[in-house]
Design a protein around this ligand. Structure first.
Ligand code: ADE
Length: 223
């Protein structure tokens, strides 16, 4: 079973949106599990301190390597990839979601403050992962995005497996445009090919539309 362990100062943020709909139903059905651990449980002293001032000076605070290591070591190294959510990380992509969804789960460290002592990243072999080129106020929202993308790919979570086959990024393309009734709305008609009943023609139209959308919006995907 896919097991998600979150290490965070805000465990109440979980499961959050993952408690609803597809992911929430799958959680209730036991197709995956989630535990959110309070990092402060490993904090120092009476005030359970988890951060300190940056070596060399400068603004903000840095999360301590010893505290984070204690939190990471608590669940033990059971072979799950250990991620650190960070805008400096490798870009999160559908291929990673597919790989992780097929594995035993993830341990995800969600930092706050200015950053994390580099030594714990090296010492515990953390993989830094980014969900995009913008800065969030902490790793929790990024972790929710990564888990959402993984959980829906766990076998048995999606109703129809084929709905995962024609979606965006499968085959390196964005998804083709979709239409439903009415046939005409505000003077806009459904493309005629889709109403033809000719399956080969419909498939060709969708393929060409997906290639056009990908070329226009994401030439980097190489559609
Ligand atoms: N933490 C802050 N910004 C982030 C981002 N873009 N991706 C992952 N984690 C983050």
């Amino acid at each position: 079973m896919f097991r998600a362990t979150l290490l965070t100062l805000f465990p109440e943020m979980f499961p959050g949106p993952l408690g609803f709909s597809l992911a929430g139903d799958a959680l209730a059905r036991g197709l995956w599990s989630l535990e959110a651990q309070q990092l402060r449980a490993h904090g120092l002293g009476r005030h359970r301190v988890v951060d300190d001032t940056p070596a060399g000076g400068g603004p903000g605070m840095v999360m301590r390597a010893d505290v984070l290591a204690a939190a990471l070591d608590a669940p033990g190294d059971d072979g799950r990839p250990r991620l650190l959510m960070s805008p400096r990380g490798v870009p999160f992509r559908q291929a990673l979601a597919r790989e992780w969804a097929a594995g035993p789960g993830l341990v995800i460290l969600c930092p706050r403050f200015e950053g994390v002592d580099e030594r714990v990243i090296e010492g515990r072999g953390l993989m830094e992962v980014s969900i995009g080129d913008y800065v969030l106020s902490g790793g929790e929202v990024a972790a929710l995005a990564v888990l959402d993308a993984c959980v829906r790919l766990i076998p048995g979570v999606m109703g129809k497996p084929e709905s995962g086959v024609s979606e965006s990024f499968e085959g390196g393309l964005l998804e083709y445009p979709q239409y439903t009734r009415p046939r005409e709305w505000e003077g806009r008609a459904i493309p005629e090919a889709l109403l033809s009943g000719d399956h080969a023609r419909i498939a060709r139209w969708r393929r060409e539309a997906a290639e056009r959308v990908t070329r226009e919006r994401r030439p980097d995907l190489g559609g």
